[in-house]
Write a protein that binds this ligand. Structure first.
Ligand code: KG4
Ligand code: ZN
Length: 327
C-alpha cells in the first residue's frame, strides 16, 4: 500500500511516499531555515506564506522521485497537529483537496506519533510496545507507545522543549538559529565539567521536565561573565550545557523504563540527532540490558516519510478523516 505523507506543522514543507509503513520510496523536504535565521526563530506568518508557494512543487517532487502519479497512491496522510496553525492549514487543505478530487482516503496524523514512526522506517522489525523519548524544538515527552494508535504520555516539559533550550542558549552564544547541531559540534571540543548548571526537577512529577531554569542559568552566567570583563569559553559552555540536558533526559527515560518494566527504548525528534544523547543512551541501555533504537539522521527532523508511515498504520486500523478535518 502506497501512502503519500504531507507535513507542514512548522517551517518545513514536506511530502513523501512510503510503502506499507516501512519502505520510503521518495522523501522531499523543503526547509526554510535560511529565511527564519534572521529572526532568531520561526516567524509563523512567513512560514505559512512560503508553504503555500512551495507545497505544489514539493508534492510533484515526491511523486516524481517515486515515479508515480496520483492515481497510484492508496492513502493521503497529513499532519493535523500539534504545530503552527497557519502552517498546518496549508498541508491539511492541500491534502483534503487531493483526497476530494481523487477519491483517495484521507488520514489525519498526530505530529508526535509521526516522530515516533520515524523509528519504524529505520528499524523494519520494531513494533510497539516501547517507550519513546520525543525531543524536538516544540516538544519533550516520554511516551509509552502501547500500539500503533495508542500512546500514553508519561512525562513532558512544563516549559521550554529541549530543542528550544538548545536554540535559546545557542542564540546567547551568538550561534544563530537553529543552534542544536552547532552546539553538538562545539561540545565535542569542550570540557563538560568546566561549568556547573542546575538539573531542575518538577516537584511531584518525577518524569516531567523543566528546561527554562537551566536555559536562564546559562544565559545569566554568560551575562555576568561578560559584564565583569571575563572570557567565556564557547566550547566549554556548549559541552557543559549539552551534558546537563542529556543527563536530565536520560535520568527520566531510564527511570521511566525501570518503573514501567519496558526494556525497549526509542529516541525521536530533531534533538535525537544529538551525538552525545545517542552515545550516552546507548551506554546506559547496554548497562541495564535495554534495547535502544533511534531514527536515521534524515528522519530525526520534520519530514513527511514519518507521517506516511504512521498514516499507514492509522489507515489499517480504520482511522479515516473526513472533509471536516481541521488543524
Ligand atoms: O523535530 P524538529 O525538526 O522540529 C520540531 O518538531 O520542533 O526539531 C528541531 C529542533 C531544533 O530545536 C534544533 O536545534 C534541534 O532540533 N536539533 C538538535 C540537533 N539537531 C537538531 N539539537 C541538539 N543536537 C542536534 N544535533
Ligand atoms: Zn517535529
Amino acid at each position: 500500500m502506497r501512502v503519500l505523507g504531507i507535513e507542514t506543522s512548522c517551517d518545513e514543507t514536506a511530502c513523501a511516499v512510503v510503502v506499507d509503513g516501512r519502505d520510503v520510496i521518495s522523501n522531499v523536504v523543503c526547509s526554510q531555515v535560511g529565511d527564519h535565521a534572521k529572526y532568531g526563530g520561526v516567524f509563523p506568518e512567513l512560514a505559512s506564506r512560503r508553504q503555500i508557494e512551495e507545497i505544489v512543487a514539493v508534492y510533484e517532487g515526491a511523486l516524481g522521485q517515486a515515479s508515480l502519479d496520483l492515481k497510484d497512491i492508496d492513502v493521503v496522510a497529513v499532519t493535523f497537529g500539534p504545530g503552527l496553525v497557519g502552517s498546518l492549514l496549508v498541508g491539511v487543505n492541500f491534502a483534503k483537496a487531493l483526497a476530494f478530487y481523487s477519491g483517495i482516503p484521507l488520514v489525519a496524523v498526530d505530529h508526535i506519533k509521526g516522530h515516533i514512526a520515524s523509528n519504524y522506517i529505520t528499524h523494519r522489525d520494531l513494533e510497539p510496545p516501547f517507550l519513546c523519548l520525543t525531543v524536538s524544538g516544540g516538544h519533550t515527552q516520554i511516551v509509552h507507545v502501547l500500539s500503533y494508535e495508542k500512546c500514553e504520555i508519561i512525562g513532558s516539559s512544563r516549559d521550554d522543549a529541549a530543542g528550544e533550550a538548545f536554540d535559546k542558549v545557542g542564540r546567547a552564544l551568538g550561534l544563530g538559529y537553529p543552534a542544536g547541531v552547532k552546539i553538538d559540534l562545539l561540545a565535542r571540543e569542550g570540557d563538560s565539567e568546566r561549568y556547573k548548571f542546575p538539573h531542575p526537577k518538577v516537584k511531584g512529577a518525577e518524569f516531567d521536565f523543566s528546561f527554562s531554569g537551566l536555559k536562564t542559568a546559562v544565559i545569566n552566567m554568560l551575562h555576568n561573565t561578560r559584564q565583569s570583563g571575563g572570557e567565556v569559553n564557547v566550547q566549554d559552555v556548549a559541552a557543559s550545557f549539552q551534558s546537563t540536558v542529556v543527563s536530565i533526559l536520560l535520568e527520566r527515560l531510564i527511570g521511566a523504563a525501570r518503573k514501567w518494566g519496558c526494556s525497549r527504548l526509542c529516541l525521536a525528534g530533531g534533538v535525537s540527532a544529538n551525538s552525545e544523547l545517542r552515545e550516552r543512551a546507548s551506554l546506559e541501555c547496554a548497562n541495564y540490558g535495554f534495547e535502544l533504537f533511534y531514527p536515521a539522521s534524515e528522519y530525526c527532523g520534520d519530514n513527511a516519510a514519518m507521517i506516511a508511515s504512521e498514516g499507514y498504520y492509522e489507515f489499517m486500523l480504520g482511522n479515516l478523516a473526513g472533509f471536516d478535518l481541521n488543524p
